[in-house]
Design a protein around this ligand. Structure first.
Ligand code: ZN
Length: 491
């Protein structure tokens, strides 16, 4: 491995050189969605972030085992292990089987992610398919003395764990502070401490999703699935575990405690978290009325949207911010991204028809170095994009001035754009920027060549008519000494 990738390790709060435990293999686990509703921008940002990481690791030559789970049971309405299971609630409201809800939203999630160019993970385990593994982990934690059983439910004993190990090292929270900020348990609670969390919950009589166990007919706690499934598929040592910052506490903090209690050591070498999305400066939330699903973005069907947006525009917009920065969404910001992405693809199209000469006027090596350095510096996608924009400006200006590029640099430029735009950033021209554009370009060029022929035989009437008709269609023609140029000025 000649390239050195640095990634920000949340648990050490600094950038660190990525060294997998067992090169050339790299294990990546990313928390996936709880499938009880349509995917939104937050889902898109998390999936795109870890998709880029997956792409970069693969590009660098690692054999990546990428696992992303589907939560289809056990995620209750609030983090205090109370309330209904989110999926069971949806099923009750819509009079469906819980697994119908799961299948419906999982299919929709896959469709949305495919549209966003997010590569599917190598393994996509579901919580309901790994009950045996989760029960095994509960037994291990009980045996180690860090859990207790009450009335058929099993809870993790955070205070006992914190006395022997450090609890809160990922989030930087201390148990004393957490205790003073948590409401005290009412007399009804089975927990010894409000910090404790469920490993296994006894199912109420009306609860449909339930499995037998020595403790009760019940279901696993939400945090448990990621510990059990990541260990099953990636082993007791996992190179990278990722997720959104909203999962840092309590979900990932609890995962660490479960792994240490159950396997005797920490499992994750690098923790990575992407930051959140705000909408016009506000936190996104269903209750705030600014909640936008991906299908609404793709159709433009939402009061905060001025138009529909191509999925690739959403992806580009997400990549224009560093994954650790907050990203503020607005319809105008997305419209700007749309123009930016079109500029990038237009420059790539120009490269394909660039003429070559023997003299070198472009230094493509420098551009490549910039892109590589940005990629290796904690996946700095905004810097990659800004370097590609610089290159695009050069390409445009050379084309304007009819200056040719030497073959070697032209080949390298094509390789750089191909590698970074397609492979690393995962962008693809679609719809209005793709195959249709090629066909339009071919047609316009064909018509303008007929016009050149008309001019050559001094048929200025036909020549002017063609120019004016194209103008009415929104295509502006510029005459040049050696031919013509044209652009779509009104789309
Ligand atoms: Zn998880």
């Amino acid at each position: 491995m000649t390239h050195q990738l640095y990634i920000y390790n949340t648990i050490h709060r600094k950038k660190e050189l990525f060294i997998p435990a067992n090169p050339p293999f790299a294990g990546l686990y990313a928390c996936g969605p709880t499938v009880y509703g349509d995917a939104h921008l937050g889902h898109a940002r998390q999936a795109v972030t870890f998709d880029v990481l997956f792409r970069v690791l693969s590009h660098l030559g690692y054999k990546v085992r990428y696992v992303r789970n589907i939560t289809d049971v056990g995620h209750l309405e609030n983090d205090a292990d109370e309330g209904e299971d989110k999926i069971a609630k949806k099923a009750r409201l819509e009079q469906l089987e819980p697994m119908e809800v799961v299948q419906h939203y999982m299919n929709a999630y896959h469709r949305n992610m495919d549209e966003l160019g997010v590569l599917r993970p190598g393994i996509e385990p579901r919580a309901s398919g790994h009950i045996i593994e989760q029960q095994d982990l509960v037994r291990r934690i009980l045996k180690a003395g860090y859990a207790y059983e009450v009335n058929g439910s099993v809870y993790f004993d955070v205070e006992k764990y914190a006395a022997d190990h450090s609890y809160g090292k990922l989030s930087g929270r201390k148990t004393e502070d957490l205790l003073s900020n948590t409401r005290t348990l009412d007399g009804q609670s089975e927990k010894k401490s409000p910090l404790d969390f469920a490993l296994w919950k006894k199912a109420e009589p009306q609860h449909i999703m339930r499995w037998p166990s020595e403790w009760s007919d019940g279901f696993p706690g939400w945090h448990l699935e990621c510990s059990a499934m990541s260990t099953k598929y990636l082993g007791e040592t996992i190179d990278i575990h990722g997720g959104g910052m909203d999962l840092l506490f309590p979900h990932h903090e609890c995962e660490i405690a479960q792994n240490v209690a159950g396997y005797g050591h920490e499992s994750v070498r690098y923790w990575m978290h992407n930051n959140m999305i705000t909408i016009n400066g506000q936190k996104m939330g269903r209750s705030l009325g600014n909640f936008i699903t991906l299908d609404e973005l793709f159709s433009g069907n939402h009061k905060l949207l001025k138009q529909a947006f191509d999925p690739m525009t959403i992806r580009f917009f997400i990549l224009q911010a560093h994954y650790r920065s907050t990203l503020d969404f607005s319809s105008d910001a997305l419209a700007a991204s749309e123009k930016g992405l079109q500029r990038l693809f237009a420059a790539m199209a120009l490269l394909e028809k660039m003429e070559t000469s023997s003299s070198g006027v472009v230094n493509a090596v420098e551009l490549e170095e910039k892109c590589v350095a940005a990629m290796l510096d904690d996946l700095n996608t905004p810097l990659i994009i800004s370097a590609l924009f610089d290159g695009a400006r050069t390409i445009n200006s050379l084309h304007e001035k009819r200056i040719a590029i030497d073959q070697e640099n032209l080949d390298l430029l094509k390789k750089i754009y191909h590698t970074f735009v397609f492979d690393v950033l995962g962008l693809q021209p679609t719809g209005s920027m793709g195959a249709d554009d090629t066909l339009t370009a071919d047609l316009v060029n064909y018509i303008l060549n007929l016009r050149l022929a008309a001019k050559a035989r001094k048929d200025f009437e036909t020549s002017d008519q063609i120019r004016d008709t194209l103008q009415q269609m929104g295509i502006t023609v510029k005459d040049r000494k050696d031919g013509f140029d044209w652009e779509i000025t009104n789309k």
